[in-house]
Design a binder for this molecule. Sequence first.
Ligand code: SAH
Ligand code: SF4
Ligand code: F3S
Length: 478
Amino acid sequence: MKKQPGWALPDLKEAQKRTNAEAHIEKNLFQIPEQIKMLGQGKKYYLRTYGCQANERDSETLAGILEEMAFTPCDNPEDADFILLNTCAIRKNAEDKVLGELGSLKRLKREKPDIVFGLCGCMAQEEEIVKTLLEKYRHVDLIFGTHNIHRLPELLYQVMMNGKRSVEVLSKEGDVIENLPVRRFGKHKAWVNIMYGCDKFCTYCIVPYTRGKERSRTMEDVLDEIRTLKQEGFKEVTLLGQNVNSYGKDLHIAGGFAKLLEETAKIGIERIRFTTSHPWDFSDEMVDVIAQYDNIMPFIHLPVQSGDSDVLKLMGRRYSIEQYKTLFHKIEEKIPGCAISTDIIVGFPNETKEQFQHTLDLVDECKFDNAFTFIYSPREGTPAARMEDNIPLEEKQERLQQLNERWNKYALEKNLAYIGKTVKVLVDGPSKKNKDIYSGYTDTNKLVNFVRKDAEPGDIVEVKITDAKTFSLDGEQL
Ligand code: SAH
Ligand code: SF4
Ligand code: F3S
């Protein structure tokens, strides 16, 4: 496929570069030109989101933008005039899902030639993927990346008016743009970006390439958003960043993430969560603030990735397993009852049986409440993808299964200890199968299915736990 004039294609080498320049905070950049404002009149959009909370939050902005252009949402791709997939590149299977979906939606283009297909998010930032899309997925009309979401109105207008494909992916991150519209998907729980990008460059990970340099929002902008959410009746906010502990470092914000957490707590919103914290710069101040405020939930997602210090070194994680354990036990001691979950990768290139055993040993010691476990997936352009790997896939699958059995055992044990206790649950709503059974989450982020008395979505109610499973608790509202 020949590059067309006006296209901007991704470049992973460019994306890897970092400068010391501070990100510019743009408060007035976004606007929809008059002639585009009604582009979506009488038209429907179908938006599907893959990947992490950063993408979920981006989709709320994409939806906000499209609705300001008079598009209305629909749940079925068959009904849509514009189909947009907001994609994830973290592992090959995430990409395969998207390519599969694109393949199966292709027939819609034959039935309805005017339909516009768009792809954005992290896959759009990858050179090879965009090449594949341009060559083999010719029904994709619009490709844009994670740094120029605000360009959606103009890009979509060009495609709809000229009928030509449009590709605009910036490899270097842009400004922090503050005035984008948002349509929140939840009524009681909201995602709040506190920073964008990642500078950690763990050797296996594509995120620093797809999301660019770490850029913090100002503390006032974050706190203003949370104050507004509280006024609008939101009960819970989750502060989002690939690595929230680094919050404010780029802008030299005094007190960093610990200070932001404390100021958020003082606003008085009922529940505060955050994700993700890297064990490397998890400060004592952060532990103290979490311990001190009742509205900062006693739940920490603390990805370890491996239980072996040599593997951690190859992964570029910047901590040894001893340092991780010290932090883990400090949290347990200072925040009694705190639930801790983790992420683990098995089968990193050349991981020995003994090194994998160290991961199992760590699980035995930490007894995590929850774990997200993955088979290592080489990501083009990352250092780990250039390492030779002598572990066969079957062996990796075997290890994953062993690991899952191990952590599941402890997760069940932890949940069984809840039986007979009374917990506070923020109610999400009725379960799909049985309208008398409601569900919601505890402070410690445990899913509870309970027999309802008078609970309404958004209430925080007391529930007595009557039974426990590996992934959820059962109970009765008091
Ligand atoms: N910023 C977060 C992680 C985001 S990615 C953090 O540092 O904790 C979520 C998880 O995906 C990672 O914690 C890791 O366990 C997993 N992951 C990332 N890259 C991967 C890869 N190439 N193969 C397998 N798992 C990967
Ligand atoms: Fe990826 Fe590491 Fe950054 Fe997390 S901290 S997003 S794993 S590079
Ligand atoms: Fe996936 Fe991008 Fe998030 S790669 S995990 S959607 S930052």
